[in-house]
Design a protein around this ligand. Structure first.
Ligand code: FE
Length: 201
C-alpha cells in the first residue's frame, strides 16, 4: 500500500518534474539565444562607439552651418544623419550644447554614469567617480582647473546633468587659425574630454 501510494504519488510528481524540466530547457534555450543576441548587439555597439564619432560630428558642425543649427536644435536627428543613431534599449535623446566666448558647458551624470557611448566611446573611470559626480556640480571651476582647464573668470559655466532619457555632448569652440584644415583634420583636433567639457581645444 505504501509502495502503491508512493508510486501513485510519484506519477504526478514525475509528470510535474518532466513539465518543469521541459520549461527549464525552453527557458535555457531562450536564454542562450537571448544571451548570444545580446552579446552580438553589445559587441557591435561597442565596436561602433568611439570619441572619433563625436569628433566627426563636431568637425561637421564647424564646417557646415546648417548642420550645426540642426545639431543644436535636435542632436538625436542630426547625428543620425551621420549614421550615429542612438543605441540602447531605451530611446535616448541627445542634446548638444555649444561653448561660446562667454559660456562653457560641462557634462555629468550625478545619479550614475549616463553617457553618449556611441559618440564618445566607453566612459572614463573619473566620469563615473563619486568625486567628479558630486563636485563638478558644486564647484565646476575648481574641478575643471584640476583637469588643467582654467576657465576665464568672465566665462559662465553650465553643468548638464545626464539621465537615462537625455545624454549631452559639448560642441567645443573651433580653435583659431584652423581655416585651412579639412573636415578630417579638424576632427583629429577634437578630444574626448573636450566633448565632455573638461577640456578646451
Ligand atoms: Fe547615469
Amino acid at each position: 500500500m505504501a509502495g502503491t501510494s508512493g508510486t501513485s504519488g510519484a506519477h504526478p510528481d514525475a509528470a510535474i518534474s518532466r513539465q518543469v524540466r521541459h520549461v527549464e530547457s525552453l527557458l535555457e534555450k531562450r536564454g542562450i539565444v537571448a544571451g548570444a543576441v545580446l552579446d552580438e548587439a553589445l559587441d557591435a555597439f561597442l565596436a561602433g562607439s568611439s570619441p572619433l564619432n563625436g569628433a566627426r560630428v563636431v568637425a561637421r558642425a564647424w564646417t557646415d552651418p546648417a548642420f550645426r543649427e540642426r545639431l543644436l536644435a535636435d542632436g538625436t536627428s542630426a547625428v543620425a544623419e551621420l549614421g550615429y543613431a542612438a543605441g540602447g534599449v531605451q530611446p535616448q535623446r541627445l542634446r548638444v550644447v555649444e561653448n561660446t566666448a562667454h559660456t562653457h558647458n560641462v557634462v555629468v551624470c550625478t545619479l550614475c554614469s549616463c553617457y553618449p557611448v556611441r559618440l564618445l566611446g566607453p566612459s572614463p573611470s573619473w566620469y563615473k567617480s563619486e568625486a567628479y559626480r558630486s563636485r563638478v556640480v558644486r564647484e565646476p571651476r575648481a574641478v575643471l582647473a584640476e583637469f588643467g582647464y582654467v576657465v576665464a573668470s568672465g566665462t559662465e559655466i553650465t553643468v548638464w546633468d545626464s539621465s537615462a532619457e537625455t545624454r549631452y555632448m559639448v560642441l567645443p569652440r573651433r580653435p583659431a587659425a584652423t581655416e585651412a584644415l579639412s573636415e578630417a583634420e579638424l576632427a583629429a583636433l577634437v578630444t574626448r574630454n573636450a566633448l565632455i567639457g573638461t577640456a578646451e581645444l
